[in-house]
Design a protein around this ligand. Sequence first.
Ligand code: DUC
Ligand code: ZN
Ligand code: ZN
Length: 481
Amino acid sequence: MTAAFDLTIRNGTLSTASETFCADIGVSDGRISALAERLPPGKTDIDATGRWVLPGGVDSHTHIEQRSSSGVMCADDFASGTTSAAFGGTTTIMSFAAQHRGDSLTDVVADYHARAAAKAVVDYAFHLIISDPRPEVLDVELPALIDGGIRSFKVYMTYDKLKLDDGQLLEVMAVAQRERAMVMVHAENHEVIQWIARRLLDRGHRAPRFHAVAHAPVAEGEATHRVIALSTLLDQPLLIVHVSDPVAIGHIRAAQTLGVRVHGETCPQYLFLTADDIDKPGMDGAMWCCSPPPRDAAAQEAVWRGLQNGTLQLFSSDHAPYRFDASGKLPLGGDTTFKEMANGVPGIELRLPLLFSEGVMAGRITVNEFVALTATNHARMYGLHPRKGTLAVGSDADIVLWDPTRRTTVDWSMLHDNVGYTPYAGRELRGWPATVIRRGEVIVDGGRLNAAPGSGRYLRCDVPQPLRIERPAPPERRLFS
Ligand code: DUC
Ligand code: ZN
Ligand code: ZN
């Protein structure tokens, strides 16, 4: 008798963003075709006893094979970046097709498509970075790209060669409003950062740690408030990305309370690093530099609270991989000032293990909140749900079997990116994504990759879905502990 399923995963405990239950999973043609208390073994049968069976992670903020506005190339291409994602339990990534001023968006997107198609091992979708919103870009190129499945644009309020002024931000939001797209905002006040940086450099303060001084919390708070205010003119949904500052979180929360459609994203660096990490001898601190910078213990607590109370709905890596040498972080070697360092930290592989360990295993969030924050909400936000981000009949069989008992001490040598260091080295983590399944195929197991370059598929994004934040029943645990 032929087996009813290509793959079955039996005896596991499943969690989605809204519930936890025991069930077997049947997979046919890469999709979940049955969820039932007991299923017969498939052609391949996995015994998930003792494993937590969760949807594959969706990391909607990654920079892969991207050239920065100062001309620095990321250390990871679509092969190493997506391999690293897979080992960390992420089966879908979204990365940026980045326009530099003068570029045709259409050409930029074609270039990223060609690179990713040949190399990706997990499924992928694109956002745009718009740095040059001239009329033909907004009126001709953008609508065609949206038809091709790219429905989210990142805009910057800082960086000399990326920043848009308020009028340009409104122009982009108006197109997004018309085309039903999502606007992602890097919210930092450029003038504030430049003013502080000039004064620091004039006084001879060049070391990496001054990056965190220049990117002051007030720059993030002010820009967040301003862009939310601008969005209300058009009632355009926004996502404030990589939120690090308590005041910015307060602005997002206050706006949400008033019914403004603003969402917030944060990243591992704002939960697990602080500005003290940047304060290292010599140039070493550059490895911890990103924008906004990690802040202090009180800010970390505010970010945890933002995740717990639903103000921040996405937990992404903002994987921005730069090597610690002249090709990346240090274009001028030991003479590089904090203004010239490439900004960004790697995190695509450790995003899920860090939050699983310090969020779920440490009792700060439930496993259902973990799923929402790392998979389901991303898929909804960018029009990939229910194909991605959940365990449901009809969804792609992107499934991760977590071993909650495994203890791991982080070291870069165990990771699969091309960066050469990790800011999280030495951390002890509880729980690990032991088996990773992409569209019904086991792509990571026993520490080995079983996926050919180019086997990841391009995903066309549909219209973003307003985020109904799926929250489980109130976690009684918090009332008593
Ligand atoms: N900041 C960004 O805005 N993008 C990439 C990385 C970073 O630190
Ligand atoms: Zn950014
Ligand atoms: Zn980024």
